[in-house]
Design a protein around this ligand. Structure first.
Ligand SMILES: Nc1ncnc2c1ncn2[C@@H]1O[C@H](COP(=O)(O)OP(=O)(O)O)[C@@H](O)[C@H]1O
Ligand SMILES: [Mg+2]
Length: 227
């Protein structure tokens, strides 16, 4: 198996005014292509910080992050933007654009490189079908349930065929039935489409469904076990 992400001694210190907050204290993590990892840990243990770093949304204070073998600190802004297109991100609060329909939300995220309008349109509809929202394409976020909004967010994250998907508590704000549906979708993407998954969750049961569970505590990885 090849390695898609490698984090070496990643540290992140935020400055809260003049007070440093050590959110990550040296994290080492290797993610294989096609892997499924869940990240557990108490609130404030650094889960979101780690996800943001792994997704190149934020820069570490020190340490190295290799994505697909490339040290991302060596990339310029344009290369970094290009790389980010290959990473799917799903946030806890969906972060959809309220005035846009489900279709437009997905379409907006899609890079136009190598695709004409017709292909673009076709792929958007395919993605919304994949997440089971074929009959809701013209609905705006407020006209969708929480679970449906989360599925639009997943379709959007898949827009550019990402190699890996980072999900920050994807089921944190939906009811348990919807959580099950969202989890089924995540499993399908992993098994059938080979998308690597890194998912933060506070739910031990959902975490156990992953191949690997990483337990965080106080900015460090406390354990990393194969389920
Ligand atoms: N932008 C920020 N500025 C200052 N401190 C932050 C910032 N983001 C997170 N933190 C702090 O970093 C620590 C880790 O936060 P976070 O990664 O959000 O944890 P988790 O997702 O596990 O709840 C916490 O102590 C939090 O207060
Ligand atoms: Mg968090």
């Amino acid at each position: 198996m090849s390695t898609i992400i490698e984090a070496i001694d990643l540290k992140k210190t935020y400055m809260l005014g003049k007070i440093p907050v050590e959110a990550l204290r040296g994290v080492n993590l290797k993610v294989d292509t096609g892997d499924f990892i869940s990240i557990l840990g108490p609130s404030g243990s650094g889960k979101s910080t780690m996800l943001n770093l792994l997704g190149a949304l934020d820069k570490p204070t020190s340490g190295t992050l290799l994505i697909d073998g490339v040290d991302i600190s060596k990339l310029g802004d344009n290369q970094l933007s290009e790389l980010r297109l290959k990473i799917g991100f799903v946030f806890q609060f969906f972060n959809l654009i309220p005035r846009l329909t489900a279709k437009a939300n997905v379409e907006l995220a899609m890079s136009i490189a190598n695709m004409n309008r017709t292909e673009h349109n076709k792929r958007t509809l395919e993605l919304l079908e994949t997440v089971g929202l074929k009959d809701r394409i013209n609905h705006k976020p407020a006209e969708l349930s929480g679970g449906q909004q989360q599925r639009v967010a997943i379709a959007r994250a898949l827009a550019n065929n990402p190699k890996f998907l980072l999900l920050d508590e994807p089921t944190g704000n939906v009811d348990s039935k919807t959580a099950k549906e969202v989890m089924t979708l995540i499993h399908t993407l992993n098994k059938e489409n080979g998308v690597s998954i890194i998912m933060v969750t506070h739910d031990q049961k959902l975490a156990n469904e992953a191949r690997r569970t990483v337990q965080m505590f106080d900015g460090e990885i406390q354990s990393d076990t194969v389920n």
